[in-house]
Design a protein around this ligand. Structure first.
Ligand code: F6R
Length: 587
């Protein structure tokens, strides 16, 4: 399961009636070495293991799973986020519980342990405790008193059961047991599984009545299974975006249409925000600048980290300016250097990162985590979506603190953001189909322009970056209005242009005339637009219209899919393009 998380790992088992746990930080081989040291000649029939991708608490041994209840009786592994864990923790603290880790998972195991004291029966205790836990989870529990049984339950997080001969498995994904069995029982939300090596019992969590369900036979190869059946991690990560949006919004949209970003509550609102990042993260920043300015009325500049860090003078003022660095990995050397410079002159800093406990997350004064999960493919996709989402939340949050956002506008944003995952989920298959058609037609091009205006310009830059890094086709992103200042000289029938042309009142007519100018020079055009568009003599790619800048959440996956399909058609190594590394930790 390491591809789902690899910052720490652990196992738990019962040996001679005693619950034991072994944990290690870093990749799985560290745990293997630790096990060899701590538990030679270990033979147990039932065990519990977990590879972690930190969401609460830094990646370190104490925060690795399994987590053990205070009385030492229960071990629990957990994926997901318990949104009300602070409230539950406070309650348990008053009852004398203490905690070894910073995780929500340790709170959950103690909540179950507390319920077990009242109920005596673990199934009933699970039912009682889980009624109080809000959020998403998939959990598995081992009880010292019944060492041959595993208990599992899920809510909005994947959990499946593999049924073998004389051996059964619980996992969050198929590759965990594909070498042992292909027979799978899929759990639904609010169901509880009681599993032994020879039997299983599936119950409704609400009333503990039994559920009958047929198992399914999986035909995947091991390699396909790791990618969830997708040909590449990149494609899997593109298709994960609806879930990423849901995960990023969890706990952010509060009552009365107020955005919750407690990470920023202690900081003043910037008078001037400086966003610094590299590559795709820089494009997310450029896009967000439109929102910071239009919604929150915060003047915003966006700079590439390798340029920012070598400015002769920073000219920043600790009372007015704040620095926001954006980084998926949290380890990009130039971005980290820019952050260190701002910290050194006491400018308030904020880090927006995906990797918990990363260098940038540790150095920034305030940290906001995106909830994109591990991004394996070198080309960044779902991370950008998660960054744009949290940046939208930040803009709304600042606007609300400044009291410059009407309640009706906030409500409209909430409605649109909440509707997004479903809309995107429904659109992705047809987007891929259209991307495939267009890729076949244009894959042999030597060069490409990507044009956009307003919030679509950063997306044009991102579209061009994705195409060049994946398929090695020369591509340039331009603000469409700049074409006539030089670049249009390049246009001829072999030099196609990808135009971002969502229909809006102000910029659509402008981009339409840019398109006509290109066509007048016999340039071929792909126009990404909405139904009702009157763009002619081009490859029209229509996707549903969506509110203002938030349309980016539908436009971006089209750009990603087009590059993916071109690269795949050309036989390029999609997940590991030549000359590139996932995190750029050197200058
Ligand atoms: C492009 C890509 C890179 C990264 C850049 C910054 O697909 O992945 O351009 O966006 O190297 O990386 P982070 O966000 O980790 O700082």
């Amino acid at each position: 399961m390491e591809y789902r998380g690899y910052d720490s790992a652990g196992i738990g088992y019962v040996l001679q009636k005693k619950l034991e746990v072994i944990k290690a930080c870093g990749k799985l081989h560290n745990l293997r070495e630790q096990c060899a040291k701590e538990a030679q000649a270990l033979t147990v029939s039932t065990a519990l293991g977990h590879t972690r991708w930190a969401t609460h608490g830094a990646p370190c041994v104490k925060n690795a799973h399994p987590h053990v209840s205070q009385d030492g009786r229960l071990a629990l592994v957990h994926n997901g986020i318990i949104e009300n864990f602070l409230e539950l923790k406070a309650e348990l603290l008053t009852q004398g519980y203490s905690f070894q880790s910073d995780t929500d998972s340790e709170v959950l195991v103690n909540l179950i342990s507390q319920a077990l004291k009242e109920e005596q029966d673990l199934v009933k205790a699970l039912q009682k405790a889980l009624q109080r836990a809000h959020g998403a989870y998939a959990i598995c529990v081992l009880d010292q008193e019944t060492p041959n049984v595993l208990y599992a339950c899920k809510q909005q997080a994947p959990l499946i059961c593999g049924l073998g001969i004389g051996e059964n498995f619980i996992a969050s994904d198929i590759p965990a047991f594909l070498n042992y069995t292909r027979e799978v029982l899929f759990l639904e939300d609010h169901e509880l599984l009681r599993l032994t090596p020879h039997s299983y019992e599936l119950l409704k969590l609400d009333d503990l009545t039994p559920i009958k369900r047929d198992t399914k036979e999986i035909q995947w190869s091991m390699q396909a299974a790791q990618k969830g059946g997708y040909r590449h991690f990149m494609l899997k990560e593109i298709f994960e975006q609806p879930k990423v949006i849901t995960d990023c919004l969890a706990g952010r949209l509060g009552a009365n249409y107020r955005v919750l970003l407690p990470e920023l509550d202690a900081q003043a609102i910037p008078k001037h925000l400086h966003i610094v990042a590299c590559g795709t993260s820089y494009h997310a920043g450029l896009w967000a600048a439109h929102l910071f300015q239009s919604i929150a009325k915060v003047p915003t500049t966006v700079e590439i980290a390798s340029e920012f860090r070598y400015k002769e003078e920073l000219l920043l003022d600790a009372h007015c300016d704040q620095l926001l660095v954006i980084s998926q990995s949290g380890e990009t050397a130039d971005t980290l250097a820019a952050l260190d410079m701002a910290n050194a002159i006491k400018i308030p800093t904020i880090g927006l990162c995906n990797v918990l406990g990363s260098s940038i997350a540790r150095s920034a004064k305030a940290v906001i985590y995106t909830q994109a999960g591990p991004e394996i493919s070198v080309a960044s996709t779902k991370a950008m979506t998660s960054q744009m989402l949290l940046l939208t939340c930040m803009a709304l949050y600042y606007a609300q603190r400044k009291e410059c956002l009407k309640a009706s506008v906030a409500q409209e944003f909430f409605d649109k953001l909440q509707a997004l995952p479903q809309i995107l989920e429904a659109q992705l298959p047809s987007m891929q189909e259209r991307a495939k058609q267009l890729a076949r037609k244009f894959a042999k091009s030597q060069s490409f322009f990507y044009l956009g205006r307003g919030f679509c310009f950063p997306l044009a830059l991102e579209g061009a970056l994705k195409l060049k890094e994946l398929s090695y086709i020369h591509a340039e992103g331009y603000p469409a209005g700049e074409m006539k200042h030089g670049p249009i000289a390049l246009i001829d029938p072999t030099f196609p242009t990808f135009v971002l042309a969502p229909i809006d009142q102000l910029l659509y007519p402008k981009i339409k005339s840019n398109l006509v100018e290109i066509q007048a020079r016999q340039g071929q055009v792909i126009a990404l637009t909405n139904p009702g568009s009157d763009l002619e003599h081009c490859e029209r790619w229509e996707i549903p219209a969506f509110a203002g800048p938030l349309a980016a959440f539908l436009l971006l996956p089209c750009l990603q899919l087009f590059s993916y399909e071109v690269a795949d058609y050309l036989g390029c190594d999609v997940d590991q393009p030549r000359n590139l590394a996932k995190s750029v930790t050197v200058e």
